[in-house]
Every structure is written in C-alpha cells, then in structure tokens.
Design a protein around this ligand. Structure first.
Ligand SMILES: [Zn+2]
Length: 378
C-alpha cells in the first residue's frame, strides 16, 4: 500500500474500525433499512513521507451520492453567517465561478449574488432544484464534474469534496484549468486529533488533511499555493491556490503528524469507554443534537444497540422521521424532545452550542445541554 499523495510506502494502520456504515448522511426510511445499511471498514493510516492520513480500506464503489444524500448545514444561522463572512472576505467580482460538489448550491448562490458581474456553474449529482436561476447567472448541472472547458472559469471552488475521493491528487489534476484561482475547504485533522474527536472519523471521509499535507497535494498536482488558514473555529482548512503563478516548490514534511495520529488512536478507546459510562449515568433519557456525520458516528461507536440514546434531534426537516444508518436511532424534530421525555442532549458540534441552547429555550424545553468534549473524559 502506498500513500495516495506522495507515493511513499505506508505501514500498519493506526486505527481500525470494522463494519461501519459507509454513508453517514443518507436518508433512510425505516429502522430495518438503517440497520441493514451497507458497511465497510476503516483502516486509518498515516504516511511518514508527507503526513497525509487516510483510510487504506476505503472502497469508493460502496458510496452513492444521489438525491437521498443530505448533508446541508443550511438550516443553521451560525453556519449561514460563516458562509456570508467567507464570501465577503473572498471579494470575488466580475468572475466566472465553477463550484465542484456544490451540494444544494447555497455557497455558489452567495458568491454570485455578491457582485452583479459574477456568474456561477455548480456541479453536483445530489443537487435538487431548478437548473437555472438569477436570470441565468446561476446554472446547475446534476452530474460529477468532468470538464470546465466550455465555461473557462476564473475561480473554482471546491468545499468538502476532497476528503471523499480515493485519489485526491487525481481530483486536483482533473479540475486544473488554465489561469484559475482555486478555493478549497476540507476538515482539519489537527482539530480532530487535538480534541480526540473520535466521532469525526467515518467512512465517507477517506482522507484527513493537515495544512501541510493539503499543501503538498496541491504542489504535487502542479499548483502554486497562495494561502492556507484555519476557519470555522479551527475545524476546517481553507486553501487558496492558482495556476496563474508558476507552481510552488514542494514543502513536503510529515512533521509530528504520524506520531500524533498514533497517540490519538491510542487514547480514544479510553475516551469512548468513559463517554459511554457518562451516558449511562444521566438521570433520564438522552438524545444527541445533530444527525450529521458527527452524530451518526458518535451513535454508531458508542451505542450500536440503542441502549443509551433515545433518539437524535436535528433541525433539518428532510431528516425528520428518518433513521440513523447503522444503528437505526430515529431522527426527530426539536419539538418532539418534550413528548419523548428527553432530559439531556449532547451537542455534536461545539460551534452550534449557543444556537442550540437558544432553540431549546425558545421551545420551552427543559433540558440539560452538554457538549461532547472528549477532553472531559481524560
Ligand atoms: Zn504521503
């Protein structure tokens, strides 16, 4: 087995999880279908050459990103403000913009609306909605991106895609067009390691980048990297690169990432055990708040037989009445927590803690709200 970024031979995985659901964000209609959801293995492996961390047991053919794939965070005001700030900071004007993996097109729409001279083309097989909007300034193609030759974009955006593909450098080469600025966003593995966030390692994400390994991937694919930074409270990496400047030199350096990845894997088992004990000690039914990949993974790791968690709550209406792939926990609306007698909720993403407390208060819910910080279990 060799590293998908730099080609170095890699050794034993640092973390193995067998039989996990391959999809975290698919909408499943029944408990039974959720329990029978397709499964795969995770063999998290760290490259000593470039520090890239990936699932060496990943099989791309198991995944289906169709219309029942729902991972939008558009329902949250916190996330909405994050996107607005992003768009304002980017200052894209008078540009032809392509977004690869545009989801429901929320971010692309904001970019196009930011300037009358902007036009946008979104590519995504899970896109739902009209093919055209904003008087034709915004267009969608319900397909995987293959070429932008007919568009000749000046800006190319790709958020939360590269962590899903088995060959990230091939993706970067595929989307490489002449004289383009590219904006990339992907989760940061350093954030996961720092907080021992064991529920942020799951099958849909076969790749786990640090600032350094993401930069290496772009350099190997022939880009010039112009900026990288941490965003969204440190959870995401943001990278800007161009094909306008000559390619930058390679700065490949694994640093301490492989050693830190091994330490992360070694300590999360104890954290998981203590978290499970904690869930069992609460006085009254417990729910998770957030049925995205984090919540689905947390439920699958800690409560595969549904003894500890009553349900999972989410504000995304498309998820209500659906079931968690793997475990079959029901996904409910916040209004249902009262009738279900839920007394405690565990917030899956700390960025939403304030928002969730406000929503619970507005509904008059009598709840104790906890964050799922693994460090509390140390
Ligand atoms: Zn490597």
């Amino acid at each position: 087995m060799s590293c998908p970024i730099c080609g170095s031979a890699v050794g034993e995985p640092v973390l193995v999880r067998r039989g996990v659901p391959v999809h975290q964000n698919s909408l499943v209609d029944s408990e039974r279908a959720a329990r029978e959801a397709p499964r795969g293995d995770i063999a998290l492996t760290a490259c000593e050459g470039c520090g890239f961390v990936f699932n060496a047991a990943f099989d791309e053919r198991l995944l289906r990103y169709g219309e029942d794939y729902e991972n939008s965070q558009d329902w949250s005001g916190v996330f909405e403000r994050y996107l607005d700030e992003h768009v304002a900071n980017l200052g894209v004007r008078g540009s032809r913009i392509v977004e690869v993996g545009c989801g429901k097109g929320r971010f692309l729409r904001k970019l196009v609306l930011a300037d009358p001279g902007n036009r946008g083309w979104g590519f995504d097989p899970s896109y739902l909605g009209p093919d055209e909007d904003l008087d034709g300034r915004l267009q969608f193609r319900r397909e995987f991106f293959t070429s932008a030759a007919d568009i000749a974009p000046e800006v190319l955006v790709c958020r939360h895609v590269i962590e899903h593909v088995a060959e990230p450098v091939a993706l970067l080469r595929l989307i490489k067009v002449p004289r383009v600025r590219v904006f990339f966003e992907t989760p940061c593995f350093e954030w996961i390691m720092r907080g021992a966030v064991f529920w942020d390692v799951f099958y849909e994400h076969c790749n786990y980048f640090t600032a350094s390994s993401l930069r290496s991937a772009f350099e190997i694919a022939g880009y010039s990297v112009s900026a990288d930074r941490h965003v969204f409270g440190g959870q995401y990496l943001w990278l800007e690169a161009t094909t306008i400047e000559p390619r930058s030199g390679r700065t490949m350096d694994a640093g301490e990432i492989p050693a830190r990845a091994r330490a992360f894997a070694a300590r999360i088992h104890a954290y998981q055990e203590r978290m499970r004990e904690r869930l069992g000690r609460y006085d009254g039914p417990v729910a998770l708040w957030g049925a995205g990949a984090k919540g689905v993974t947390f439920a699958n790791v800690l409560d595969p037989d549904r003894r500890l968690l009553r349900c999972i709550v989410d504000i995304n209406q498309r998820k209500h009445g659906k079931f968690v792939p793997g475990t079959g926990h029901e996904i409910v609306a916040p209004e249902q927590l009262g009738p279900l007698g839920v007394r405690h909720v565990i917030v899956m993403n700390p960025n939403y803690s304030g928002e969730i407390a406000a929503q619970a208060a507005a509904l008059g819910l009598r709840l104790d709200i906890h964050t799922a910080e693994a460090s509390e279990c140390a």
